[in-house]
Design a protein around this ligand. Structure first.
Ligand code: CUA
Length: 383
């Protein structure tokens, strides 16, 4: 029956060359489209910093040179195909065969060498420019790679956070990369190029963001099971927003409701404190997992994999490896194994209390921060 249906199906005489061509065209249009829309989160062609501009400048120049060469080669090829087509030659003859031509050989050696010099000089100058420390004070942040999340240590204020890096717009940022385990690579395509993070060595990277916004980053060096899930975000804030964020991020959560208070206790009793730090809370100083201070301010959890919502937090706390394969959030918090890390033995009730605590506003928040907006007055609803 199935066979019969199949035999009546119309067939398209697509040759192997034809399908290769259409696959190539699809890949080309996908590449072009992704380059055309600035919304693409990890686009390298929509820079938002001085360092990004330098890299983009070299990239643009190389692309134009390459486009020129491509057009020239296609035109010459087309001319040769047309000029020496079969119908132009007497039947049964082949065109004059050439073996060795010194003039041509010299030309095709010198021309590419000149092109390479044209590409190399601006590339070197670009490298020197982004390798030069910025003038004036930079905000110094150590970006520490862990399997599989990024930790951010603000060197001047001592503040530590994870997953989302906040920086003020228009101020130079100095990123010092470092790793707690294997080699990772810090990469925020719109802000800067890649910089490897090693356990035994520190590398420096600079950029000055010039547009307020959220920028998406990604670990760019294979580092194990969840390498592709090792994401992060850079929030470029106004100076005032950045300072307010820093005030909130320094202080622990302020547990006001009964659930939040119970969650605050559970955070110690269920050993969360062994792995996680809450700034300003003496009993929670764990260094293994991400710093969870002021989680309310984060837009994402699980190293940028999912949005920071109570539902997602509950999914994450109960079963982290369903979201991030290989995640090291384990119970008991000693040996990461599938049994210890797959499903965490916490009741739904305890999970809700922990979430109520972790999402409480920071004790450093300005009055009114995080409260529900005032109910709308009659007549304005729906406008
Ligand atoms: Cu960290 Cu890949």
């Amino acid at each position: 029956m199935a066979k019969e249906t199949m035999s009546h199906h119309p067939t398209f005489p697509l040759t192997r060359a034809g399908s290769a061509l259409s696959a190539g065209l699809m890949a080309l249009s996908a590449a072009l489209l992704s380059g055309c829309f600035p919304d693409v989160r990890q686009s390298t062609v929509h820079p938002a910093s001085d360092t990004g501009e330098v890299i983009q400048g070299v990239y643009r120049m190389v692309t134009w040179i390459d486009t020129g060469i491509f057009v020239l080669v296609v035109l010459l090829l087309g001319w040769a195909i047309w000029r020496y087509r079969e119908s132009k030659s007497p039947a049964g003859t082949i065109p004059k065969q050439v073996h060795g031509n010194s003039v041509l050989e010299v030309i095709w050696t010198i021309v590419p060498a000149v092109i390479l010099i044209f590409i190399a000089v601006p590339t070197w100058s670009g490298i020197f420019r982004i390798e030069r420390p910025p003038k004036g004070d930079a905000l110094k942040v150590e970006a520490v790679g862990h399997q599989w999340f990024w930790e951010f240590d603000y060197k001047d204020s001592g503040l530590v956070t994870a997953g989302e890096l906040h920086v003020p717009v228009g101020k130079p940022v100095e990123i010092m990369t470092h790793s707690k385990d294997v080699i990772h690579s810090f990469w925020v395509p719109k802000l800067a190029g890649k910089m490897d993070a090693f356990p035994e060595k520190e590398n420096l990277l600079w950029f000055t963001p010039d547009q307020i916004g959220t920028y998406y980053g990604q670990c760019a060096e294979f580092c194990g099971t969840s390498h592709a899930n090792m994401r992060f975000r850079v929030m470029v804030d106004s100076e005032a927003d950045f300072n307010a964020w820093m005030e909130r991020a320094k202080k622990p959560q302020l547990a006001k409701t009964d659930d939040a208070k119970a969650g605050e206790k559970l955070f110690s009793e269920r050993f969360c404190v062994v792995c996680h730090t809450i700034n300003g809370r003496p009993d929670a100083q764990g260094q293994i997992g991400p710093n969870l201070t002021n989680l309310k301010d984060r837009t994402s959890i699980a190293s940028g994999l999912i949005d920071n919502t109570p539902e997602n937090l509950a999914r994450w706390i109960k079963s982290p490896r369903d979201i991030k394969p290989g995640a090291m959030m384990c119970w008991p918090p000693v040996q990461p194994t599938d049994t210890a890390c797959g499903k965490l033995p916490v009741s739904d009730d305890d999970v809700n209390k922990l979430i109520a605590y972790l999402t409480s506003p920071s004790a450093g928040a300005a009055p009114g921060y995080g409260q529900a907006p005032q109910a709308q007055t009659r007549g304005t609803a729906g406008k």
